[in-house]
Design a protein around this ligand. Sequence first.
Ligand code: FES
Length: 181
Amino acid sequence: MQQFFFQRLKNLSNNKFSTNPENKLFKMGDIKQIFNKYPEAGRDNLIPILQDIQSVDGYLSKESIIKVGAHLDIPSSKIFGVATFYNQFRFQPNGKYHVQVCRGTACHVLGSVTVLQEIEKQLKVKAGDTTRDGLFSIEVVACIGACGLAPVIAINGEFYAKVSAASLAEIIESYKNKEDE
Ligand code: FES
């Protein structure tokens, strides 16, 4: 099992895991600010620590996970294994345009599965990932409180109602066009 996690961690290091330490914690130069919140930190504090890191950086970088491992004396592979078990954790920074796809009940009934598949197809990345150019990221979220407009997506907080494959193409294109202006 441990072998599997090491392999997965290695794969992510090569392909998916952001290794760029250009995040806020590393810019501040001190992840210890978070560690200091948990003076007697043990394994029980792992999830809260990861949550705190993600709340600052928006994701868990490889560097952060290694530092947490060293702090809690837990192998990085194990931390990664735990973190991937929870949907809440991301391993790449959000794109410039962060696409949230609602998968709440009303949106589900009205086709959010197809909406998500269409967005993944158009952006060529899966939910939880960021496009190589850093422009778009996709996140699946629970009800975002606009059920009357289902199926709904939000991009950087701006809502798009009753989306379809055709309207999604236009919406995404409009964001790409912003880059050409
Ligand atoms: S279920 Fe999608 S907005 Fe409520």
